[in-house]
Design a protein around this ligand. Structure first.
Ligand code: URA
Length: 257
């Protein structure tokens, strides 16, 4: 790829670095636009920079980042091949949850990043990213590890890597879900190699999206492309950004679940 996409992404990054659209800019050391190639086939979206990210200007470089890197490596992916970013690009003070107005103000940056990169799959890391990218779809506890199709995009919600740091049992769940991601990527790859063998693809869908007969398109939240054990969900058009649904447990790191 495509110096065009790389150039466009660089412009978005420049805008993020000088953004003053919400109060988060007042207390940041620096904004954290994202890292990874403009041609990445996989994108990972977290919640927002933490203390280390604010200092270093790169996403997922603290403890949660180590978990993410290991999870990616566990399925043969190299971190540097993935485009990694967050819903909000500046650190919420004290690592508090990003507020709806802050997510809304930052929204166009994430939209632009997705539009430029057009990844085969977007890994949604935690409930805030889930609420931002798939509003109204449901909670992370019901959707983690599943493929979700909305519009022309394919998403896989996952528990936030920080969750595994605070609740050890979730590490196993994350590892299992990452194993499924490997399967989804392999299927996408196989589909790309055999484009002519399936019925007409969803209009404008990426090569990796499940193929849906037109008669099955709609309604909201319907199973498409049945797979032996992990059917994809198809969702209706995105709604405006809404706050993350209240889910247990309480504050701080635990709220990343
Ligand atoms: N680091 C990030 O960049 N994002 C998160 O959501 C958590 C840690």
């Amino acid at each position: 790829m495509q110096s065009g996409a790389a150039d466009a992404l660089a412009v978005v990054h420049e805008h993020i670095l000088v953004c003053t659209d919400c109060p988060l800019h007042l207390r940041r050391i620096q904004a954290v636009p994202g890292t990874g190639p403009a041609g990445a086939r996989i994108m990972a979206v977290g919640e927002g920079p933490g203390e280390t990210e604010d200092r270093l200007g790169r996403p997922f470089v603290g403890a949660a980042g180590n978990v993410l890197t290991k999870l990616l490596e566990s399925i043969g992916l190299r971190r540097e091949d993935i485009y990694i970013t967050n819903v909000v690009k500046c650190r919420p003070p004290g690592n508090r949850d990003p507020e709806p107005a802050e997510m809304e103000a930052c929204s166009h940056f994430l939209d632009a990043q997705i539009e430029i990169i057009r990844p085969d799959v977007i890994l949604i890391l935690g409930r805030h990213a889930l609420a931002r990218l798939l509003p109204g779809a449901g909670g992370i506890s019901g959707l983690h590890g599943r493929r979700v199709v909305r519009g022309d995009r394919l998403y896989v919600p996952l528990y936030h890597p920080a969750a595994a740091l605070y609740q050890g049992s979730l590490m196993r769940t994350l590892e299992d879900d990452m194993g499924k991601v490997r399967g989804y990527l392999d299927e996408a790859e196989a589909r790309r190699r055999q484009p002519a063998q399936v019925a007409a693809p969803v209009r404008d869908a990426p090569a990796s999206a499940p193929v849906v007969p037109p008669s099955l398109a709609e309604p909201l939240l319907r199973l498409v492309s049945p797979e032996p054990d992990e059917p994809a969900l198809r969702l209706g058009s995105p709604d405006p950004v809404e706050p993350a649904p209240p889910e247990p447990p309480g504050r701080d790191q635990l709220s990343l679940f």
